[in-house]
Design a protein around this ligand. Structure first.
Ligand SMILES: Cc1cc2nc3c(=O)[nH]c(=O)nc-3n(C[C@H](O)[C@H](O)[C@H](O)COP(=O)(O)OP(=O)(O)OC[C@H]3O[C@@H](n4cnc5c(N)ncnc54)[C@H](O)[C@@H]3O)c2cc1C
Length: 113
């Protein structure tokens, strides 16, 4: 499961960490999140980070820049949450929603908790 700049602040990372814990997934990120030091560089997915190919890749607030896609496009199932319906992440996602992550993430955590 990965989070991008759409999370907005370090404090709100807790929200996505809670969901990652609920589903037993490691939390990774796009470069802006690791550049800001909100997560370590070892958690960055993409051209200058990790290449991952999990069975399921959940992307919250990630636009889908080519440098990010390079690290995760081989995932078996890609599910994206981005409020911008034109975000390029939807070109590679198998399922997607334009729901606001601040609504969706806590709702999923509640369901799974
Ligand atoms: C040489 C080079 C190497 C790079 N290597 C990497 C790399 O390894 N990994 C990497 O990730 N990037 C890398 N980049 C950077 C890459 O080009 C992008 O800038 C970066 O991936 C963008 O990250 P992002 O999608 O999190 O941010 P943004 O592009 O800013 O996207 C944030 C997204 O969040 C959405 N959003 C905002 N608010 C919400 C909300 N409330 N709910 C849901 N969605 C919301 C917005 O619609 C937007 O699409 C590299 C760039 C270069 C030049």
């Amino acid at each position: 499961m990965s989070v991008g700049r759409g999370i907005g602040s370090e404090d709100d990372l807790e929200l996505v960490q809670e969901l990652a814990d609920a589903i037993g997934a490691p939390l990774a990120a796009s470069r802006p999140v690791t550049d800001q030091g909100w997560l370590p560089k070892t958690r960055q997915v993409g051209k200058s980070g990790l290449k991952v190919s999990p069975r399921v890749y959940l992307a919250f607030g990630i636009s889908g820049a080519p440098e990010h896609l390079e690290g995760m496009r081989d995932a078996e199932l890609i599910i994206a949450c981005n409020t911008d319906e034109n975000a390029p992440i939807f070109d590679v996602a198998h399922y997607g929603t334009t729901e606001d992550l601040f609504d969706l993430v806590p709702a999923l955590s509640d369901k799974l908790g």
